[in-house]
Design a protein around this ligand. Structure first.
Ligand SMILES: O=C(O)CCC(=O)C(=O)O
Length: 280
């Protein structure tokens, strides 16, 4: 069953300010599909950037293009400046500010590109399991760069699963997956899952505690989306916390991950200088 946001027509919606009811929806469901979407020209540039990244990273599975907004950091991926520029988009930042407040740090940008025919499944998980942010807080803006459909493995969510803000147990999963740890079967209700169907240029915003995942792409259509991660600068990106990442071919280096203060101040004293030696 589909998670229904706003109408899915093709027109570029200019209004990006979230209504009070949108903000309420986000807090109730842990997910929101805003009305605003990328203008066609911007979308075309980003799709070119996806192609450029795929060409520049032949040794990395396209679902594992972590830090796609960093030129060449310590995580084995050559990024593209179009994704940093997207993360700086004022309309997106305005919406993020409505959800997490005025002090905003960009700390991640993961390109999940599922090729046609053999796109990997993303097992059901909770993002916070993987991240060294205390107190744990992040909104992910997931921007569809291709049409994202049931057939090509769109994002799937369990609305409201974020609400009690508890950490679910994760376990090692068998098989070739985009992440190798996921929720234990039986710890969540798959019947309450909803498909987040988006046109290219649309986006969804989800809370760090929300249960989500996505199916493999066996369709003839590619499914690319970039997950931009924003945390309130009142939280600390704690570089001393070691987060185990055992997914083959996906390298994360939170100790040297660059952070960008996008808006406001930095009350938690996050280190904003580390990792900026080779950014765009
Ligand atoms: O792109 C997907 O299918 C999964 C995205 C995801 O897990 C995330 O944004 O945290």
């Amino acid at each position: 069953m589909q998670y229904t946001g706003h109408d899915n027509d093709n027109a570029v919606q200019q209004e990006h300010v979230l209504a009070k009811s949108d903000v309420e929806t986000y807090h109730r469901d842990g997910i929101l599909i805003p009305r605003w979407r990328l203008p066609p020209q911007r979308l075309a540039e980003l799709r070119d950037a996806v192609d450029a990244m795929l060409a520049a990273n032949p040794g990395v599975r396209p679902e594992k293009l972590v830090s796609a907004h960093v030129a060449e950091g310590t995580e084995g991926v050559k990024g593209h400046k179009a994704f940093l520029s997207l993360a700086q988009e004022p309309a997106i930042l305005d919406m993020v500010e409505q959800l997490i407040g005025p002090d905003i740090i960009l700390w991640g940008g993961h390109l999940f590109c599922k090729p046609a025919g053999d796109g990997l499944e993303v097992p059901w998980h909770q993002d916070g399991h993987y991240w060294p942010i205390r107190p744990l807080a992040t909104v992910t803006v997931w921007v569809a760069l291709d049409d994202s459909t049931v057939e090509n493995g769109c994002l799937r969510v369990i609305p409201g699963s974020h609400a009690d803000r508890r950490h679910y147990e994760h376990e090692k999963m068998a098989g070739d997956l985009a992440l190798d740890r996921g929720l234990a079967p039986g710890s969540y209700d798959p019947d309450s899952a909803r498909d987040v169907v988006l046109k290219a240029g649309q986006m969804s915003m989800h809370d760090v505690y929300l249960l989500h995942g996505s199916n493999a792409n066996n369709s003839p259509h590619r499914r690319a989306g970039i997950a931009l991660r924003y945390m309130p600068a009142t939280s600390l990106f704690d570089r001393t916390i070691e987060v185990p990442n055992t997914t083959p071919g996906l390298k994360t280096d939170f100790a040297r991950r660059p952070l960008w203060l996008m808006r406001g101040t930095n009350p938690a004293g996050n280190d904003l200088s580390i990792g900026h030696g080779n950014v765009m």
